[in-house]
Design a protein around this ligand. Structure first.
Ligand code: GLA
Length: 403
């Protein structure tokens, strides 16, 4: 194989498919020999506007695919081998997609997990040579795992749209993460990365799988993600524990209310009736999920009525609920939300994604973004000793082939 050097600016490559294809030709003699067969595929990350830890409780979510993501230049091969190089570090991972073995313990596992899930579903994952570039920060709660998995599904399909219905693909990708990686996550991140639409947020009912997009094309409104500068400490164990606590609440309520199979079926009155028989932490977790579902629907109505003051209030209430009831915030995320709450032009702020570190999402009037960025960069380090990162993001299209 040719000598591989780290690329000087890997984040620029993700936006330049022709250059990424050339990069593959530079590291793979096979790609250099067959340049016309090289494709470039891309999948975005996401922010979730509201509806956190509701997806695996059959509730509602409102994510947005963003203009940060992961691209792979792919040369499909028939040798049954995946060999994928990171543009950023020149590290190369390798596996056989038809015979995926045990996890290797790194980023390549997310690619292998999709090959494993595709094989299980009877889709033959193909070999390829690839180079991967990303401008999506890892461990930031912006779904770099889902973006890597979704773009891998395309790469393992020869660089074409995987030959399954898109909602089935959502579940296949989730299966890869649940069954191979071992994180029992819901379907929100994969759904957003596959179904994203420019200028629109995506309402998904995780029980019926009904979904529709909501216009975000208010020229005055910007989405700003603020990274706390502390890595997301997403122990799969803490996430999986939240999920088990939600299931424990359902089990207690179902003892007296027949037909309850998930927190989606539980009203606030049912929870209050069961609370004396329930562990206090379990009840708090359930309360978050039940009211968070109501907040998603209220936020949709407020967005559609142009009532941004109500949207903002719901954002702050959601954050407080994740902090006080669901136990997934951190002092750093709380500081970011507090700073946002006192900055003019910020409509609402809350942590986004799984929690335990990562990012907040802020709805900000476009003309106030520069000032907001300056305030965060000034006040947050003074309060926490950490350096934040501020990303203005745009609602963007879902996964696809660039060339
Ligand atoms: C992670 C999971 C999602 C969802 C969120 C919390 O991003 O992957 O399925 O549960 O956390 O809303």
């Amino acid at each position: 194989m040719a000598t591989v050097h780290p690329d000087p600016d890997p984040t620029a490559l993700v936006r330049d498919p022709v250059a990424l294809a050339r990069r593959l030709a530079a590291v793979s003699p096979e790609a250099a020999a067959r340049p016309a067969d090289v494709r470039v595929v891309h999948a975005p990350g996401r922010v979730n506007l509201i509806g956190e830890h509701t997806d695996y409780n059959e509730g509602f979510v409102l994510p947005v695919a963003i203009d940060l993501g992961i691209a792979i230049a792919v040369l499909p091969t028939d040798d049954g081998i995946v060999r994928l190089t990171l543009a950023e570090t020149a590290e190369t991972g390798e596996f056989e997609p038809a015979a995926v073995g045990a996890r290797q313990g790194g980023w390549i596992d997310y690619v292998a997990g999709i090959a494993w899930a595709m094989a299980e579903a009877g889709l033959a994952p193909r070999g390829f040579r690839g180079v991967l570039a990303s401008d999506l920060p890892q461990g930031a709660g912006l779904s770099s795992s889902a973006a890597l998995e979704v773009v891998s599904a395309w790469a393992l399909s020869g660089g074409d749209r995987p030959a399954v219905d898109p909602m089935r693909l959502v579940h296949l990708v989730q299966r890869g993460e649940n069954g191979y990686i071992g994180l029992n996550n819901g379907i929100m991140d994969q759904f957003a990365s596959i179904f994203g639409e420019a200028g629109r947020a995506l309402l998904l009912d995780c029980r019926t799988l009904d979904h529709r997009s909501i216009s975000m094309a208010d020229d005055d409104l910007a989405l700003v993600a603020c990274h706390s500068g502390s890595p997301r400490r997403l122990e799969s164990s803490a996430y999986n524990e939240r999920r088990s606590q939600c299931e424990a609440a359902v089990a207690v309520i179902a003892q007296t209310v027949p037909g309850v199979t998930s927190l989606r079926d539980v009203t606030p009155a049912m929870l209050e009736a069961a609370r004396p028989r329930m562990d206090a932490i379990v009840a708090a977790r359930a309360e978050h999920v039940i009211v968070e579902n109501e907040r998603v629907l209220a936020a949709i109505a407020a967005f559609e009525a142009g009532d941004l003051a109500t949207v903002g209030r719901l954002f702050y209430e959601s954050h407080a609920s994740m902090r006080d009831l669901f136990g997934i915030s951190s002092p750093e995320l709380d500081a970011l939300v507090e700073i946002a709450g006192t900055t003019p032009g910020v409509i609402g702020a809350r942590l986004t994604g799984a929690g335990f570190g990562g990012c907040t999402i802020n709805l900000v009037r476009r003309d106030a973004v520069d000032e907001f960025r300056a305030v965060v960069l000034r006040d947050y380090p003074a309060r926490t000793g950490l350096v934040p990162r501020v990303f203005a993001v745009e609602a963007s299209a879902g996964a696809g082939r660039l060339i």
